[in-house]
Design a protein around this ligand. Structure first.
Ligand SMILES: Cc1ncc(COP(=O)(O)O)c(C=O)c1O
Length: 474
């Protein structure tokens, strides 16, 4: 069926259109709703059934400037009429990419003056592995529990947030070692605290709440890492440590402030490359250009920084920034790709970065993130929310049990996102435990966050409220 006819059929609710979708698209792609998207604007997305949805997912944190921001749309239209593709192996560069270099060099951490552009986060991760291995002439990569780095063979081997990302695909890329990531809420040392769980308070790590420092991290994950370097991966064989500054898919786990600087120190001590994967936390999402800057300030930088998602407002684009000397070990031709650094993608990224600056979206992410956090903390008084975490507009809640325990019934997070879908709000689960994450466009307004909190409260009532409990016991 021609695309237009199929669209019309879907819009009309024709069951054969739904059947075609079910029959011809890969069934291995998990879908969190059964809507068919048609158009979108700002924080709202419209589906073929005539519904309007408040988008608190933004395509998994991708649509940073809101859906179809006029400046982004215009940049795409203008670029499309000039040059869609040139080829990074054919031309030295293209005009849009030259403009992007100027913009990127203003925002990447100091010293990371070499850039490589790709099309997806996973592809950028794979390239970071190549750079680290070639530079160090070592093989091992240390990643962390709960991490998500992507679905290609390299990135998948570094992904531990859920078994199903790797299930059935072995043998995976070898020489990967997994280290524990700080997850204070379920830390065994914390659980052994003499005051038990009552010692633990919800303590979002955004001002004016008490900072995470108040949690006085026991440093168990760092201790484990030191033993890993003694027992499993000799420093002389460890090429890189790859880490998300806030675990994204793994549940928005936000490490204590000492964590990343300690990693930096360990890497410096042993000549290990520190790769910070900012695919989800980067590009202003957390209220700073890069998620790691909340804890490190000017004090520490990665050797390789990976970006994707929010960099181009939904256009497929990604890349890495690194130091000049990091490419020393790479022969000519070892990096590339047909579509990398495509003019359309670069022009979209240029417009995206301009909008972030012009509309002061770093500040909006901070303020709206705080509003969201405050609202979620209030809901924790009434519903079994045991943690509110993340930074800026990368914000999540984790659910506990009805009985006040730290473990929720399996499936409650999915039940909440399903309830949100019924109430026309798009939300995502995160991690192997029961968490729900909010990733709205960085342009989201105060009114829209208030609307999201109100709908979320209704969803919690649907799932955990008195009527839900009565239904469960009936
Ligand atoms: C932290 C992180 N790294 C890498 C990826 C993979 O990016 P992509 O899906 O563009 O390949 C993701 C995707 O969610 C991510 O969150």
């Amino acid at each position: 069926m021609a695309q237009q006819t199929l669209t019309a059929a879907v819009r009309a609710g024709a069951s054969d259109a739904a059947q075609r979708i079910a029959k011809h698209l890969s069934p291995a792609v998990a879908k969190s709703s059964d809507f068919v998207a048609e158009r979108a604007e700002g924080t709202y997305i419209y589906t073929t059934d005539g519904q309007k949805h408040l988008d608190m997912a933004a395509g998994i944190g991708v649509v940073s400037t809101g859906h179809c921001h006029p400046k982004v749309v215009k940049a795409i239209q203008d670029q499309a009429s000039q040059l869609i593709h040139s080829g990074q192996n054919i031309f030295t560069s293209n005009v849009a990419q030259v403009g992007l270099l100027d913009r990127m060099l203003k925002i990447v951490p100091p010293g990371l003056t070499r850039l490589f552009f790709a099309n997806s986060g996973s592809e950028a991760v794979d390239n970071a592995i190549k750079v680290a291995r070639a530079h160090t002439k070592r093989q091992n990569i240390i990643c962390f529990e709960n991490s998500f780095h992507g679905r290609t063979f390299g990135a998948m081997a570094l992904t531990t947030s859920k078994t199903y990302y790797r299930q059935g695909f072995a043998p995976l890329m070898p020489q990967v070692v997994v280290a524990p990531y700080p997850y204070c809420l379920h830390c065994k040392v914390r659980q052994a605290h003499p005051e038990g769980d009552s010692w633990y308070k919800i303590q979002p790590n955004v001002a004016p709440y008490d900072s995470y420092t108040a949690r006085t991290c026991c440093n168990a994950p760092m201790e484990s890492l030191k033993w890993i370097l003694k027992q499993q991966s000799a420093p002389s064989e460890t090429a890189a440590i790859i880490v998300e500054p806030i675990m994204g898919e793994g549940g928005f786990l936000t490490p204590p402030p000492s964590f990343l600087p300690t990693l930096r120190k360990i890497c410096d001590e042993h000549g290990i490359v520190l790769i910070i994967d900012e695919v989800q936390a980067g590009v202003a999402r957390t209220g700073k250009w890069w998620g790691h800057q909340h804890v490190s300030g000017e004090a520490m930088h990665p050797d390789i920084l990976i970006f994707a998602k929010g960099i181009a407002s939904g256009f497929p684009f990604a890349g890495l920034a690194t130091r000049d000397d990091m490419f020393d070990g790479l022969a000519l031709g070892t990096m590339g790709g047909t579509y990398g650094a495509a003019p359309l993608a670069c022009a979209t990224a240029n417009a995206t970065l301009d909008v972030i600056v012009e509309e002061n979206l770093l500040e909006n992410a901070t303020q709206r993130g705080l509003q969201l956090t405050e609202g979620l903390v209030q809901l924790a008084d009434k519903y079994p929310i045991i943690d509110v975490r993340g930074r800026g507009l990368m914000c999540a809640v984790e659910f506990g049990g009805h009985d006040g325990s730290m473990t929720a019934s399996p499936g409650v997070a999915a039940a909440v996102t399903k309830a949100a879908g019924k109430r026309n709000m798009l939300l995502l689960t995160a991690g192997a435990r029961e968490s729900v994450r909010f990733l709205p466009p960085l342009t989201v307004s105060e009114g829209e966050i208030a609307e999201a909190l109100s709908i979320f409260g209704d969803c919690l009532e649907d799932v955990f409220g008195i009527s839900a409990q009565q239904a469960a016991t009936a």
